[in-house]
Design a protein around this ligand. Structure first.
Ligand code: M6R
Length: 608
């Protein structure tokens, strides 16, 4: 995810910016740049690749000045090129902007700005902000930024400088973090705390809708109407390592907690005002989509579990048969795929060798292949016919968490789009489903708030050697993902089954030493799941049930109940996954495991 640093004070701004951006490197990025207010000029330097490239450029041609903004970009709109790197400037070259987040309505804004004579040079959403500020500037940068953000839809953290106010940075945020490190005679704007810790531990936390006018000696915060605000300040005690993890013990836990934002950003801009599901990346007209009569999904590991969830959604909503295959099997088993088949490849890293091979094989057979990935510019994006990006930000923990739920969010959109094109759901139903899907970030937030209960449940299962995970319907891939999470980070043996399969063999494994985790959310097979729970309890198993708030009956059948808010069955996969992630995480931590780097595993599996 992108990083922002802005400095105003007595030091050389370029030194502070390079140092601060280095502290944010762990977040991942593919280009870096900065703009320095230098003796009446705005100097802008941008380089693709690592920060060292920008550092070398500045060493060759120093950028001298005490006010500046810097950025590391994780590409979302447009490839990682110098033109797309931040900062972006306006037509006059007097205004520079760095931005984290996604401006949802940037296509309309670009068209409007171009019609008004502005010349935009990049493919980014961010550049529109520089030109909007230019068009609204009338002698007061804060006012121009306030007018600009009224025009923006989506998520943003912004830092902006203007040569007409050479001692000031204006910062603003909505749904993307931004803080100000308050020093003695200097202030530092940043997207994350590690960037400022070298200079100060006094942090002012901006809220959504805040606009901060930052000079060396003062930080003034107002809302969009200009009314003053007094934001929360905090004194940070964390060391750098803890700060990089946002105060969490591990990247995995931080990433679990980042899921509301990852899902929200993945869903941004996917429903037009007229009720059309937006998925232009498919580059297929509604008419072409309506002809799709077979979908094939290939993926590995956690992404494979997302694929099975997609099978449920697409079959349920769009009534199109979906086949799902593990990539390493697909490539060697002479699959029935031709130019009438829509193939979807799911891979968070975009670099998984088996999935890339499956993509090539499907295209060789004439199929159109669409990738769902989290990494702009990854190999799968270059080898597919179209790409749908998840916007989870970089995932550092080896175990996939936020990329998984972001994949499911994107797959919800794909299934709705196919249903709309096929006419298998009426418009009212599509809008009702969309309204419910849009609540997922808040639902996940509510589940995360109950973490302490999941942690205390975990405490009772730290000595387990083997476990089973059960579910029905969409609960099966959720159980599979729960089992994978537990085994990969805690090294406890975990197997997942459709609950109805227990009696065909796995029930022989049940003893009081083998706990059973059951996805028992409300749905049309709920009663069947309860019967399956009774079967395993009759054989002495301890049961942990993931169930729906308000379901008191389940307490009679389970040792532990991890409650989640009620949703319709079709969209219950994301909420039901969260307790599974936290359960695995806490069991693994209590067993002393390194959850971020489990043994024998790699983040990108680039071998066969
Ligand atoms: O990058 P991909 O989504 O293609 O990766 C697929 C698997 O290697 C990955 O999901 C793996 O199973 C993770 N360890 C899951 O946590």
């Amino acid at each position: 995810m992108c990083g922002i640093v802005g400095y105003v004070g007595p030091r050389q701004a370029s030194d502070v910016l390079l140092g601060g951006l280095a502290r944010l490197e762990y977040r991942g990025y593919d280009s870096a740049g900065m703009a320095i207010v230098s003796d009446g000029n705005l100097e802008v330097g941008r380089r693709i690749g690592k920060l060292v490239n920008l550092r070398e450029a500045v060493a060759d041609t120093p950028m001298s000045g005490n006010v500046g903004i810097g950025h590391t970009r994780w590409a979302t709109h447009g490839k990682p090129t110098v033109e797309n790197a931040h900062p972006h400037v306006d037509c006059s070259g007097r205004i520079a902007v760095v931005h984290n987040g996604i401006i949802e309505n940037y296509v309309e804004l670009r068209a409007e700005l171009a019609a008004n004579g502005h010349i935009l040079l990049s493919e980014t959403d961010t550049e529109t902000v520089a030109h909007l500020v230019e068009s609204y500037f009338d002698g007061d940068l804060t006012e121009a930024v306030a007018k600009t953000i009224k025009r923006l839809e989506g998520a943003y953290a912004l830092a902006i400088v203007h040569l007409d106010e050479p001692d000031t940075i204006v910062a603003a945020r909505a749904d993307s973090p931004l803080i100000i490190g308050m020093g003695d005679g200097e202030n530092i704007v940043a997207s994350d705390i590690p960037a400022v810790l070298e200079y100060t531990r006094e942090i002012l936390v901006l809220e959504d809708g805040d606009i901060a006018t930052v000079t060396a000696g003062e930080v003034r915060v107002s809302d969009v109407s200009g009314a003053p605000r007094t934001p929360e300040t905090l004194h940070v005690e964390w060391n750098l390592d803890a700060a990089e993890k946002g105060g969490y013990d591990d990247f995995m836990l931080k990433e679990i907690h980042e899921q509301p934002r990852a899902i929200r950003e993945t869903l941004l801009g996917r429903m037009d005002a007229d009720g059309t599901v937006q998925l232009s990346e498919l580059q297929m007209s509604e008419a072409q989509l309506s002809l799709v009569d077979r979908v094939f999904i290939v993926a590995c590991g956690t992404s494979y579990h997302a694929a099975i969830i997609a099978k449920h959604l697409v079959e349920q909503w769009a009534r199109i048969p979906v086949e799902v295959d593990v990539s390493s099997e697909f490539r060697y088993r002479d699959p029935i795929v031709d130019d009438e088949t829509l193939v979807v490849a799911i891979t968070q890293s975009g670099e998984t060798t088996d999935t890339l091979a499956a993509v090539r094989e499907a295209r060789r057979r004439g199929a159109k292949v669409f990738a769902i990935t989290n990494v702009v510019g990854s190999r799968v994006t270059r080898e597919s016919d179209g790409v749908i990006y998840t916007h989870a930000g970089p995932e550092i923990g080896v175990a996939a968490t936020k990329t998984f739920t972001a994949q499911i969010a994107a797959l919800n959109v794909l299934a709705l789009k196919l249903a709309q094109a096929k006419g298998t759901l009426d418009q009212d139903r599509i809008e009702a489903l969309w309204a419910e899907i849009s609540t997922l970030p808040d639902i996940v937030e509510a589940i995360l708030a109950e973490e302490h209960e999941i942690e205390s449940c975990a405490r009772e299962y730290t000595d387990v050697v083997s476990s089973l995970f059960l579910g029905r319907g969409v609960g099966v891939p959720v159980a599979m993902e729960g089992a994978l999470k537990l085994k990969e980070i805690s090294y406890i043996h975990a197997e997942a089954y459709p609950a109805g399969e227990m009696k065909h063999g796995p029930i022989a494994l049940i003893t009081p030493e083998v706990p059973v985790v059951v996805v028992a959310t409300q749905g049309h097979t709920y009663e069947k799941v309860v019967s399956n729970i009774q079967e395993v309890r009759a054989r002495g198993a301890r049961v942990i049930a993931v169930a729906t708030h308000g379901d008191d009956e389940i307490r009679a059948h389970a040792e532990h109940v991890l409650y989640i808010p009620r949703t319709s069955e079709d969209i219950s996969a994301i909420p039901a996954t969260i307790p599974m992630q936290l359960l695995s995480y806490h069991i693994a931590k209590m067993r002393g495991c390194n959850v971020d780097q489990p043994r024998n595993l790699a983040k990108s599996v680039t071998v066969e």
